[in-house]
Design a protein around this ligand. Structure first.
Ligand SMILES: [Zn+2]
Ligand SMILES: [Zn+2]
Length: 222
């Protein structure tokens, strides 16, 4: 149930922050993004990845790399929106390609969440800054508010739908560990990219480093 509700709430929080505070994508959002990247990566490394290897089904590593490749492919069309920046030109029309790749990513990451609570927190925390950045981009574009709401609404449902499908289709249980490994790959790519891009010029930034360490420590104790 949490896996259905929390991702929707996270996107709702992101959209509300944009509607209420109309933030420019500034340093504090970049800090939130760095925190979410460190937190997500830590939940994968500390718990999800060992679990996937523990079950030791055939070719776990191949599925992890397949997930990683999948995310690389998705980012050709989303231009990196899953890890927090939008390069699209001001959209007047509905940005369908961006929408489809974001929704595919969100659907995939929903699959393991019902059974992996710490990963659920990782994904939920990662959704807040992403929802802020995407909402801000859409609101600054020339799209109508109804289209924006439709975009965000459907996007917010995708992760819960992924979680729901996984619980309903028992046939998928046979491939549980392969699915989990695939999601590990997708999320490894997203979270490490967030961290790499947060130190783009390789300049020392004490607050960013502090918030990354905080993300790792909190994930360790959760
Ligand atoms: Zn990028
Ligand atoms: Zn994601």
């Amino acid at each position: 149930m949490l896996a259905i509700l929390l991702p929707i709430i996270a996107v709702g929080i992101g959209l509300s922050i944009v509607l209420i505070f109309k933030p420019v994508i500034n340093n504090s959002i970049k800090l939130l993004l760095s925190f979410s990247g460190a937190f997500l990566l830590s939940t994968i490394i500390f718990e999800f990845l060992p679990k996937v290897y523990d079950e030791a089904s055939h070719n776990v590593g191949v599925f992890i790399m397949a997930g990683l490749l999948m995310q690389i492919l998705l980012e050709f069309s989303s231009k990196g929106a899953e890890h927090g920046h939008v390069h699209h030109k001001d959209a007047e029309k509905f940005p369908l390609v961006l929408f489809i790749s974001l929704c595919t990513h969100a659907l995939i990451e929903g699959f393991p969440l019902e059974e992996n609570v710490s990963l659920l927190y990782g994904v939920v925390i990662h959704k807040i800054p992403i929802a802020i950045i995407i909402s801000a981009f859409l609101i600054n574009s020339k799209m109508s508010l109804s289209k924006i709401i439709l975009f965000i609404f459907i996007f917010s449902l995708m992760t819960p739908i992924g979680a729901f499908i996984k619980t309903q289709i028992t046939f998928l249980d046979t491939y549980n560990n392969h699915i989990n490994a695939f999601v590990v790959g997708v999320l490894l790519h997203v979270s490490t990219t967030i961290l790499f891009e947060s130190s783009k010029n390789h300049q020392f930034n004490a607050s960013k480093l502090g918030i990354i360490i905080l993300g790792i420590v909190i994930a360790y104790f959760i």
